[in-house]
Design a protein around this ligand. Structure first.
Ligand code: GLU
Length: 319
């Protein structure tokens, strides 16, 4: 029998495109880290980003994860099925005065900034609507258009302690400003949903790609505002291609579905991910078999390079 452990890890794919080798590596590590501690693993489909969610991608993700040999210990949580829970958390923030209505569009936020911010996915919000409207309803009436809700970010730095990435200090108010917790279509935003659902599922360990490190500070603030515990964060470097570019769903990088269709043995993919994570495993191994070999201290600090040669070797590993 598995030793009772308080560790609860999670896999949280967004069904916005096919999963690729980068996802495989991160999800396997999330699974191994929890399992190596004798813990449980939960699955959550993050399907709230309506314009980006693509039909059929929830089933595709379930197939890919199962093909990799990943297992989860409860029925998957589909985020859009839990809207009332997320809306209740938004209402709680409103009640505590931690939010304000905002009618600005993305384009307006960008125009309001004096200089473009290179590389910024989301520009810093300058606080245009901060003390402008008494309520969401009043904002919509006065502006004649839909309003979202932004979280009032407290001033000052927070230190994010990570079990893998070096400690880092973030000043969210200075860097990204007040961020959206409920979008203008009245659906909960990613930052809010992740925090509420991690707590709802009892997740104690969040292992994911280090592209989400800057989001972590925002999530830290939301956890504090809602009185929710901070999980143990583990941010791993991403998988990159020959040119050092991160794998991306948008760029149609090599998908797990494609590997599966070409008859590749998933145990070879698992072995690649394990070896890229500093584990000593045979050339073909199942996800469950490899669990015992996982040690966070042995995971390399650099991004994992998945070059042409690696891909050729994977393609040759037929089941
Ligand atoms: N669903 C997010 C993604 O696929 C990950 C969210 C998280 O791990 O917190 O990028």
């Amino acid at each position: 029998m598995r030793r009772a452990s308080p560790v609860v890890g999670r896999l949280a794919p967004s069904p916005t495109g096919l999963l690729h080798l980068g996802h495989a590596r991160t999800f396997l590590c999330a699974f191994w880290s929890a399992r190596a501690a004798g813990g449980r693993v939960l699955l959550r489909m993050e399907d709230l980003d309506a314009p980006r969610v693509r039909p059929g991608m929830i089933d595709a993700a379930l197939r890919d994860l199962a093909w990799l040999g990943l297992e989860w210990d409860a029925a998957p949580l589909v985020q859009s099925h839990g809207l009332p829970r997320l809306q209740a958390a938004v209402a709680e923030l409103v009640r505590r005065g931690a939010t304000y209505p905002c009618v600005c569009s993305r384009a307006e936020v960008r125009r309001a900034l004096s200089a473009p911010q290179a590389g910024e996915v989301e520009p810093r919000y300058p606080g245009t609507c901060r003390e402008r409207f008494p309520s969401l309803e009043a904002a919509e009436r006065r502006a004649g258009r839909a309003a979202g809700l932004r979280f009032r970010v407290p001033d000052g730095e927070v230190e994010i302690r990570d079990a893998f990435a070096p400690p880092a200090r973030y000043d969210v108010a200075r860097d990204s400003g007040d961020f959206v917790v409920s979008k203008r279509d009245h659906t909960p935003a990613y930052q809010l949903a992740v925090v509420v659902d991690d707590a709802f599922q009892g997740v104690t360990e969040v292992l994911r790609g280090d592209d989400l490190l800057p989001s972590t500070a925002r999530q830290w603030h939301l956890q504090r505002a809602l009185g929710l515990p901070h999980p143990r964060w583990i941010h791993l470097p991403l998988v990159v291609d020959d040119a050092g570019r991160r794998f991306a769903k948008r760029a149609d990088d090599l998908s797990l579905a494609e590997l599966r269709a070409r008859g590749v043995d998933p145990r070879a993919v698992v072995a690649w991910a394990a070896r890229a994570s500093g584990m000593v495993v045979p050339e073909r191994v199942t996800a469950a078999q490899a669990s015992a070999a996982f040690a966070l201290e042995s995971v390399p600090r650099e991004p994992v390079r998945c070059d042409g040669q690696t891909l050729a070797r994977l393609f040759a590993a037929r089941g």
